[in-house]
Structure formats: C-alpha cells, structure tokens
Design a protein around this ligand. Sequence first.
Ligand SMILES: NC(=O)c1ccc[n+]([C@@H]2O[C@H](COP(=O)([O-])OP(=O)(O)OC[C@H]3O[C@@H](n4cnc5c(N)ncnc54)[C@H](O)[C@@H]3O)[C@@H](O)[C@H]2O)c1
Length: 265
Amino acid sequence: MTTEPLLLRAHRLDDRVAVVTGAGSGIGRATAQVLAAAGALVVCADIDGPAARRTAAGIGGSAAALDVADRAAVFALLETTAAEHGRLDILCNIAGIIRTGLVVDVQEADLDAVLGVNFKGTFHACQCAARIMSAQGGGSIVNTASGAIDSATPEIMSYSVSKAAVVQLTRNLAAEVGRYGVRVNAVAPGLVRTAMTARHYLLPDGSVDQAARAAAEKPLRRMSPLGLIGDPEDIAHAVHYLVSDAARFVTGQILRPNGGVAMPW
Ligand SMILES: NC(=O)c1ccc[n+]([C@@H]2O[C@H](COP(=O)([O-])OP(=O)(O)OC[C@H]3O[C@@H](n4cnc5c(N)ncnc54)[C@H](O)[C@@H]3O)[C@@H](O)[C@H]2O)c1
C-alpha cells in the first residue's frame, strides 16, 4: 500500500456539509472553492446575495443571502442546512468588515458595526453550530482573526478589538466543546490582496494604482522573511487543513498564514 491514499483521505471532505460566510469575495470565496474541490457540499453565504450565487454556481454549491449580524437569520440558515442535509460538519466564519479612524475619532456607530459583524456575527454562528455539532457528535469550526491581533496598528482599533475577541471566543468555545468531538480554530491572516485591502490602491475606475499598492504593501513585504503578500488561496488552504481530518489533533489554535511576519508590538 502506498501512503498516497492515506494522505489524500485525511484531506478529503467528501459529502461533508459546510457553511462558509463571506463566500462572495476574497478569502471566503477562495475557501468555498477549495473546500468544494476537496469534496464538501458548500453553502455559500454572504450579505451580497448575487456574489454568493456566483461563487456557488462555480462550485456546484448552494447560496444564501445572509447578514451575519442578524442572529435570527444566522440560526435559520444553519438550522435549515443541518435539517436539509442531516448534519452540519464545517463552519467557516469569514465574513468581515473594517472601518478606519483614530481611537479619539471613532464613532460609536462604526464601533458597533464592526463588532456586530466581525465578533457578534462569528459568535451567533459559533453558538448555533456548536449546538448542532455537539448534538451530532462532531464538527469543525474555523473563525477569522487577523494579523491585527498581534500589533497596535494605528487607525484600526475597532477592527483589532473585534478580531481579538474572535480569538478569545475561539479558545473558550474549543475548551467547552472538545468533549463532543467539535474542534474550533482560527486563522489570523497577514496582508492578503482582496477587496478589503484594495481600498488602499483602487482608482475610481476600478483599476489598480500600482505605485499606491506597492507603497501599501511595502511595510508588510519587508517584515515577511518570504517577501510575500498573500493571495486568498493561501488562507483558504490553511482553513482547509484546519477543517480536515489532518487536523484531528488541533483545536483552540490560532494559525497565522502571514508570510512569516512577526509583529513588532
Ligand atoms: N484581506 C486581508 O488582508 C485580511 C487580513 C486579515 C484578516 N482578514 C479577514 O478575512 C475575512 C475576509 O476578508 P477579505 O479580505 O476576503 O474581504 P472581502 O471584502 O473581499 O470579503 C468580505 C466578504 O464578507 C462579506 N460581508 C461583509 N459583511 C457581511 C455581513 N454582515 N454578513 C455576511 N457577509 C458579509 C462581504 O460582502 C464580502 O463578500 C474578513 O473577516 C477579514 O477581516 C482579511
């Protein structure tokens, strides 16, 4: 017997039922694509319904328009998915937003919006999925933090706080549901080229200002021993590992796919 079937088996997700939030764009879209390529049945959820449908159409999955900040809607989607398929094996909480501003200028509405999507949205989905997965005797959840948890980057306090809260939620939940066979981990990506980060260098006509992009990426590129900026697939493969049986012994962990950047603060 070769070792290949063994290796493949640990990474296959055949017939596993997965929900991916933020699947309409960037890291969420790439994750939905990678999980589907590994055999999972993927429900692509995003507040941008047409974008979720485009991702789903490309991978033979299904789509749902979902605002993760809407607790009732999150519960409805996860419970319906579990009822339709008989189980819910994988949840990837990837939807996220960012608002910038100095701490002294942050508006309460912006703080609420960021915490509402990034932290409470993740919390709602974790709570519902953890109940379903605990009852069925297993499952895997991956949340999305950020390199911002390791730094004091100016002007993104609300975002950084929301992601630090996601880390603690991940660790607490992992400690509580491990006994039911449920694993809970997070990724903390470094800088990745997506719509979220393109705001630094996109011109009004949608084209890329190459000089602005190089300037925005330069500090992170210099901090990376690899000299790399991430693509969405780099994070998707890390998520895939965490949800697969290859990570059977891994829970409560924060995986940092970030080109080796060690934050200075
Ligand atoms: N791009 C990076 O450098 C980077 C770094 C670290 C962490 N992250 C995190 O990765 C995740 C994905 O970000 P991305 O870079 O792919 O950004 P993106 O803007 O390309 O994708 C975010 C997706 O989330 C969806 N979304 C936003 N609000 C939502 C809501 N209320 N309900 C459901 N869906 C919602 C958007 O419609 C979009 O499709 C986010 O949580 C982000 O904070 C990104």
